[in-house]
Design a protein around this ligand. Structure first.
Ligand code: NAD
Length: 259
Protein backbone atom coordinates (compact mmCIF):
# COMPACT_ATOMS: atom_id res chain seq x y z
CA UNK A 1 0.00 0.00 0.00
CA UNK A 2 1.43 3.33 -1.10
CA UNK A 3 -0.23 5.59 1.51
CA UNK A 4 -0.48 3.38 4.59
CA UNK A 5 -1.61 5.45 7.62
CA UNK A 6 -1.11 8.78 5.81
CA UNK A 7 -3.84 11.32 6.51
CA UNK A 8 -5.19 13.03 3.38
CA UNK A 9 -7.53 16.02 3.35
CA UNK A 10 -9.37 16.36 0.05
CA UNK A 11 -11.59 19.38 -0.52
CA UNK A 12 -14.65 19.06 -2.75
CA UNK A 13 -14.44 15.29 -2.25
CA UNK A 14 -18.17 14.65 -1.98
CA UNK A 15 -18.44 14.51 -5.79
CA UNK A 16 -16.61 13.91 -9.06
CA UNK A 17 -12.81 14.01 -9.18
CA UNK A 18 -12.28 14.61 -5.45
CA UNK A 19 -14.46 11.64 -4.53
CA UNK A 20 -12.47 9.31 -6.79
CA UNK A 21 -9.19 10.62 -5.33
CA UNK A 22 -10.53 9.87 -1.83
CA UNK A 23 -11.52 6.35 -2.93
CA UNK A 24 -8.10 5.73 -4.51
CA UNK A 25 -6.18 7.06 -1.50
CA UNK A 26 -8.33 5.00 0.91
CA UNK A 27 -7.65 1.86 -1.13
CA UNK A 28 -3.93 2.60 -0.70
CA UNK A 29 -4.25 2.70 3.09
CA UNK A 30 -4.76 6.43 3.70
CA UNK A 31 -7.17 7.88 6.22
CA UNK A 32 -9.21 10.28 4.14
CA UNK A 33 -11.02 13.49 5.02
CA UNK A 34 -13.92 14.46 2.77
CA UNK A 35 -14.10 18.25 3.20
CA UNK A 36 -17.04 19.69 1.29
CA UNK A 37 -19.66 22.40 1.27
CA UNK A 38 -22.24 19.66 0.96
CA UNK A 39 -22.20 18.19 4.47
CA UNK A 40 -24.69 15.35 3.84
CA UNK A 41 -22.77 14.18 0.75
CA UNK A 42 -19.43 14.50 2.61
CA UNK A 43 -20.71 12.31 5.44
CA UNK A 44 -22.24 9.78 3.03
CA UNK A 45 -18.94 9.56 1.11
CA UNK A 46 -16.97 9.09 4.34
CA UNK A 47 -19.34 6.27 5.34
CA UNK A 48 -18.96 4.66 1.91
CA UNK A 49 -15.17 4.71 2.38
CA UNK A 50 -15.15 2.89 5.70
CA UNK A 51 -16.40 5.47 8.23
CA UNK A 52 -14.96 5.76 11.74
CA UNK A 53 -11.18 5.45 11.92
CA UNK A 54 -10.81 5.38 8.11
CA UNK A 55 -12.73 8.30 6.66
CA UNK A 56 -14.15 11.54 8.04
CA UNK A 57 -16.72 13.86 6.49
CA UNK A 58 -16.14 17.52 7.34
CA UNK A 59 -18.49 20.35 6.47
CA UNK A 60 -16.31 23.13 5.06
CA UNK A 61 -16.80 26.13 2.82
CA UNK A 62 -13.21 26.60 1.64
CA UNK A 63 -13.76 30.36 1.22
CA UNK A 64 -14.59 30.78 4.91
CA UNK A 65 -11.52 31.22 7.14
CA UNK A 66 -13.26 30.10 10.34
CA UNK A 67 -14.74 26.99 8.71
CA UNK A 68 -11.38 25.99 7.21
CA UNK A 69 -9.59 26.47 10.56
CA UNK A 70 -12.31 24.57 12.45
CA UNK A 71 -12.37 21.77 9.86
CA UNK A 72 -8.61 21.31 9.95
CA UNK A 73 -8.68 21.33 13.79
CA UNK A 74 -11.27 18.55 13.62
CA UNK A 75 -8.99 16.55 11.29
CA UNK A 76 -6.10 16.88 13.74
CA UNK A 77 -8.21 15.99 16.78
CA UNK A 78 -9.59 12.93 14.91
CA UNK A 79 -6.55 11.58 13.06
CA UNK A 80 -3.65 13.40 14.81
CA UNK A 81 -1.87 14.64 11.68
CA UNK A 82 -2.10 15.84 8.06
CA UNK A 83 0.24 14.36 5.41
CA UNK A 84 -1.53 15.23 2.17
CA UNK A 85 -3.75 18.11 1.08
CA UNK A 86 -5.62 17.95 -2.20
CA UNK A 87 -7.09 21.40 -2.85
CA UNK A 88 -9.77 20.37 -5.32
CA UNK A 89 -13.05 22.16 -4.52
CA UNK A 90 -14.19 24.18 -7.50
CA UNK A 91 -17.01 25.46 -9.65
CA UNK A 92 -17.35 26.59 -13.24
CA UNK A 93 -19.28 29.47 -14.80
CA UNK A 94 -19.78 30.27 -18.46
CA UNK A 95 -20.24 33.91 -19.56
CA UNK A 96 -18.49 36.30 -21.95
CA UNK A 97 -16.40 38.94 -20.12
CA UNK A 98 -18.65 41.80 -21.19
CA UNK A 99 -21.61 40.18 -19.43
CA UNK A 100 -19.73 38.66 -16.50
CA UNK A 101 -21.42 39.63 -13.20
CA UNK A 102 -18.77 40.90 -10.78
CA UNK A 103 -20.25 38.83 -7.95
CA UNK A 104 -19.82 35.62 -9.98
CA UNK A 105 -16.23 36.59 -10.86
CA UNK A 106 -15.40 37.12 -7.17
CA UNK A 107 -17.17 33.94 -6.07
CA UNK A 108 -15.24 31.78 -8.51
CA UNK A 109 -11.86 33.33 -7.69
CA UNK A 110 -12.61 32.96 -4.00
CA UNK A 111 -13.46 29.25 -4.18
CA UNK A 112 -10.42 28.37 -6.28
CA UNK A 113 -7.81 30.78 -4.89
CA UNK A 114 -8.90 31.79 -1.36
CA UNK A 115 -9.85 28.13 -0.82
CA UNK A 116 -6.41 26.96 -1.94
CA UNK A 117 -4.68 29.57 0.23
CA UNK A 118 -6.70 28.96 3.41
CA UNK A 119 -6.44 25.17 3.27
CA UNK A 120 -2.74 25.34 2.35
CA UNK A 121 -1.95 27.65 5.26
CA UNK A 122 -3.68 25.37 7.75
CA UNK A 123 -2.13 22.19 6.31
CA UNK A 124 1.40 23.63 6.15
CA UNK A 125 1.29 24.71 9.81
CA UNK A 126 0.56 21.12 10.81
CA UNK A 127 3.01 19.54 8.33
CA UNK A 128 5.85 21.83 9.49
CA UNK A 129 5.08 20.92 13.11
CA UNK A 130 5.20 17.20 12.29
CA UNK A 131 8.58 17.70 10.60
CA UNK A 132 8.41 14.64 8.34
CA UNK A 133 7.23 16.23 5.13
CA UNK A 134 4.01 16.28 3.18
CA UNK A 135 2.40 16.65 -0.22
CA UNK A 136 0.17 19.49 -1.39
CA UNK A 137 -1.71 18.90 -4.63
CA UNK A 138 -3.75 21.55 -6.43
CA UNK A 139 -6.47 20.69 -8.92
CA UNK A 140 -5.58 22.88 -11.85
CA UNK A 141 -6.85 22.26 -15.37
CA UNK A 142 -5.74 22.45 -18.97
CA UNK A 143 -7.06 25.95 -18.29
CA UNK A 144 -3.97 26.46 -16.07
CA UNK A 145 -2.05 26.52 -19.38
CA UNK A 146 -4.60 27.38 -22.09
CA UNK A 147 -7.54 29.75 -22.44
CA UNK A 148 -11.06 29.23 -23.71
CA UNK A 149 -13.68 31.87 -24.33
CA UNK A 150 -16.47 32.33 -21.73
CA UNK A 151 -14.30 31.17 -18.81
CA UNK A 152 -12.39 34.30 -17.72
CA UNK A 153 -12.33 33.79 -13.93
CA UNK A 154 -11.80 30.02 -14.22
CA UNK A 155 -8.79 30.41 -16.54
CA UNK A 156 -7.43 33.20 -14.32
CA UNK A 157 -7.81 31.14 -11.14
CA UNK A 158 -6.38 27.96 -12.64
CA UNK A 159 -3.31 29.82 -13.93
CA UNK A 160 -2.95 31.34 -10.44
CA UNK A 161 -2.78 27.93 -8.76
CA UNK A 162 0.45 27.17 -10.62
CA UNK A 163 2.01 30.28 -9.08
CA UNK A 164 0.85 29.28 -5.61
CA UNK A 165 2.22 25.74 -6.03
CA UNK A 166 5.64 27.11 -7.00
CA UNK A 167 5.77 29.32 -3.90
CA UNK A 168 4.70 26.44 -1.65
CA UNK A 169 7.39 24.27 -3.29
CA UNK A 170 10.05 26.87 -2.43
CA UNK A 171 8.85 27.67 1.10
CA UNK A 172 8.04 24.04 1.91
CA UNK A 173 11.29 22.51 0.69
CA UNK A 174 13.15 22.91 3.98
CA UNK A 175 10.29 21.02 5.65
CA UNK A 176 10.18 18.30 2.94
CA UNK A 177 6.76 19.55 1.83
CA UNK A 178 6.19 19.22 -1.91
CA UNK A 179 3.57 21.03 -4.01
CA UNK A 180 2.34 20.11 -7.47
CA UNK A 181 -0.59 20.74 -9.79
CA UNK A 182 -2.71 18.29 -11.80
CA UNK A 183 -4.16 19.74 -15.00
CA UNK A 184 -7.02 17.56 -16.29
CA UNK A 185 -8.80 17.90 -19.59
CA UNK A 186 -12.61 17.59 -19.63
CA UNK A 187 -13.92 14.97 -17.17
CA UNK A 188 -17.62 14.09 -17.23
CA UNK A 189 -18.53 15.15 -13.69
CA UNK A 190 -21.52 17.28 -12.57
CA UNK A 191 -19.32 20.37 -13.15
CA UNK A 192 -19.04 19.51 -16.85
CA UNK A 193 -22.60 18.17 -17.29
CA UNK A 194 -23.87 21.58 -16.11
CA UNK A 195 -21.85 23.57 -18.64
CA UNK A 196 -22.73 21.52 -21.77
CA UNK A 197 -26.21 23.13 -22.14
CA UNK A 198 -24.82 26.51 -20.94
CA UNK A 199 -22.12 26.50 -23.64
CA UNK A 200 -24.63 25.31 -26.27
CA UNK A 201 -26.80 28.32 -25.46
CA UNK A 202 -23.92 30.85 -25.40
CA UNK A 203 -22.32 29.53 -28.60
CA UNK A 204 -25.59 28.82 -30.46
CA UNK A 205 -24.66 25.18 -31.24
CA UNK A 206 -26.03 21.78 -30.22
CA UNK A 207 -24.96 20.00 -27.03
CA UNK A 208 -23.44 17.23 -29.15
CA UNK A 209 -21.32 19.85 -30.94
CA UNK A 210 -20.22 21.34 -27.60
CA UNK A 211 -18.81 17.91 -26.69
CA UNK A 212 -17.28 17.06 -30.08
CA UNK A 213 -16.32 20.47 -31.49
CA UNK A 214 -15.46 22.39 -28.33
CA UNK A 215 -14.58 20.12 -25.41
CA UNK A 216 -12.83 17.21 -27.14
CA UNK A 217 -11.85 18.89 -30.42
CA UNK A 218 -8.12 19.05 -29.70
CA UNK A 219 -7.69 15.70 -27.94
CA UNK A 220 -5.72 13.00 -29.78
CA UNK A 221 -8.63 10.54 -29.70
CA UNK A 222 -11.89 12.39 -28.97
CA UNK A 223 -12.06 10.90 -25.47
CA UNK A 224 -12.98 12.41 -22.11
CA UNK A 225 -10.40 12.15 -19.33
CA UNK A 226 -11.83 10.04 -16.48
CA UNK A 227 -11.94 10.53 -12.71
CA UNK A 228 -9.76 7.40 -12.45
CA UNK A 229 -7.10 9.00 -14.72
CA UNK A 230 -6.95 12.06 -12.49
CA UNK A 231 -6.89 10.00 -9.28
CA UNK A 232 -3.94 8.00 -10.63
CA UNK A 233 -2.01 11.25 -11.15
CA UNK A 234 -2.94 12.37 -7.63
CA UNK A 235 -1.66 9.09 -6.19
CA UNK A 236 1.61 9.54 -8.08
CA UNK A 237 2.16 13.02 -6.59
CA UNK A 238 0.95 11.99 -3.11
CA UNK A 239 3.24 8.97 -2.88
CA UNK A 240 6.36 10.51 -4.43
CA UNK A 241 8.60 10.92 -1.41
CA UNK A 242 11.31 13.44 -2.33
CA UNK A 243 11.70 17.09 -3.29
CA UNK A 244 12.84 15.92 -6.74
CA UNK A 245 9.22 16.23 -7.84
CA UNK A 246 7.97 19.61 -6.65
CA UNK A 247 6.69 22.83 -8.20
CA UNK A 248 5.48 20.87 -11.23
CA UNK A 249 2.24 20.64 -13.17
CA UNK A 250 1.10 17.51 -14.97
CA UNK A 251 -1.41 17.67 -17.83
CA UNK A 252 -3.77 14.66 -18.05
CA UNK A 253 -5.95 15.51 -21.05
CA UNK A 254 -5.76 12.97 -23.91
CA UNK A 255 -3.24 15.25 -25.56
CA UNK A 256 -5.52 18.30 -25.69
CA UNK A 257 -2.60 20.36 -24.43
CA UNK A 258 0.98 19.20 -25.03
CA UNK A 259 3.94 20.84 -23.29
P1 NAD B 1 -17.91 18.46 -9.02
O1 NAD B 1 -18.93 19.53 -9.22
O2 NAD B 1 -18.26 17.04 -9.32
O3 NAD B 1 -17.33 18.51 -7.53
C1 NAD B 1 -16.96 19.71 -6.92
C2 NAD B 1 -17.17 19.58 -5.42
O4 NAD B 1 -16.69 20.81 -4.82
C3 NAD B 1 -18.63 19.41 -5.00
O5 NAD B 1 -18.76 18.32 -4.11
C4 NAD B 1 -18.97 20.74 -4.32
O6 NAD B 1 -19.91 20.61 -3.26
C5 NAD B 1 -17.59 21.15 -3.80
N1 NAD B 1 -17.52 22.60 -3.54
C6 NAD B 1 -17.93 23.62 -4.33
N2 NAD B 1 -17.72 24.79 -3.72
C7 NAD B 1 -17.14 24.52 -2.51
C8 NAD B 1 -16.71 25.31 -1.43
N3 NAD B 1 -16.83 26.66 -1.44
N4 NAD B 1 -16.16 24.69 -0.35
C9 NAD B 1 -16.06 23.34 -0.31
N5 NAD B 1 -16.46 22.54 -1.31
C10 NAD B 1 -17.02 23.12 -2.39
O7 NAD B 1 -16.66 18.94 -9.90
P2 NAD B 1 -15.34 18.20 -10.43
O8 NAD B 1 -15.43 18.16 -11.90
O9 NAD B 1 -15.07 16.96 -9.67
O10 NAD B 1 -14.26 19.32 -10.07
C11 NAD B 1 -13.29 19.18 -9.06
C12 NAD B 1 -12.11 20.07 -9.41
O11 NAD B 1 -11.54 19.63 -10.65
C13 NAD B 1 -12.44 21.55 -9.60
O12 NAD B 1 -11.42 22.35 -9.04
C14 NAD B 1 -12.46 21.71 -11.11
O13 NAD B 1 -12.18 23.02 -11.50
C15 NAD B 1 -11.35 20.75 -11.49
N6 NAD B 1 -11.38 20.31 -12.88
C16 NAD B 1 -12.48 19.67 -13.38
C17 NAD B 1 -12.48 19.28 -14.71
C18 NAD B 1 -13.65 18.59 -15.34
O14 NAD B 1 -13.69 18.50 -16.56
N7 NAD B 1 -14.61 18.07 -14.56
C19 NAD B 1 -11.36 19.53 -15.52
C20 NAD B 1 -10.26 20.17 -14.97
C21 NAD B 1 -10.29 20.56 -13.64
Amino acid sequence: MKLKDKVAVITGAASGIGKEIARTFAAEGAKVVIADLNQAAAEATAKELGGDGKALGVSMDVTNEDQVEAGMAKVISTFGRIDILVSNAGIQTVDPIVDFPFAKWKQLLSIHLDGAFLTTRAALKQMYKQGDGGSVIYMGSVHSKEASPLKAPYVTAKHGLIGLAKVVAKEGAAHKVRANVICPGFVRTPLVEKQIPEQAKELGISEDDVVKKVMLKDTVDGEFTTVEDVAAAALFFASFESNALTGQSLVVSHGWFMQ
